[in-house]
Design a protein around this ligand. Sequence first.
Ligand code: SAM
Length: 240
Amino acid sequence: MENVRAFLNNEALKCGISLDDEAIDRFMAYKDMLIEWNEHINLTSITDDMGIVIKHFIDSLLCYSTGVIRPDARIIDIGTGAGFPGLALKIAFPSLKVCLMDSVQKKLNFLDNVIKALSLEDVELIWGRAEDYACKKGYREAFDVVTARAVASLLVLAEYCLPFAKLGGHVLCMKGPDVDGELVKADKAIKLMGGRLGDVLRAELPMSGGDRRIVVLDKVTRTPAAYPRRAGIPSKKPII
Ligand code: SAM
């Protein structure tokens, strides 16, 4: 266990994050709960300690390397699943105000138990769909940073995520290496939702854990009131 802790600490430092003992304790407890709960509900296909540290924790912390996350930011993680990247970022930066959203209730139940076990504050759990919540007061154009990993194509993510970002805010879409084609297809949707391509961060996970890209979208103009369209439509009839 000591080497898992030291490994996490070193890799977080490479992302510019200094984890204290309490944060590392929380990550280890989160890992143990993920393994335990995964025996009963399907949360992750990665079930070994090192795999969880690399492919869930470090991968999530790469978001910080984009330079757009201030430690006191308000963040929403769309399609958070078992909490990636949103809950991992919250553990690393306890002063973040984080909303974790997913359309599957049992995943929120897992997250509720983790948040209580780790005594984390300022975490809101939302059982719902991005298309519905993006129209609600207090959520629409209300976040500094919007994150999404493994939720949908970039084209669909533009419609799910950009409506949540405030002007001057950012959307971080976590992707694999083949993002160039997705970027071309998403160009129209990004602009229509009030976004602009800011950056594409390239990163390699340790121990050949994978080649990663984080697409940074900047929110530059207000999202028109007609978007996002109602639940299910963005994925069925993407903006092309
Ligand atoms: N982000 C997590 C990760 O990378 O481990 C989970 C990824 S999982 C493949 C995709 C998640 O997105 C699922 O838990 C699903 O319920 C959720 N999801 C898909 N579409 C959604 C929507 N429109 N609104 C909210 N959640 C959604």
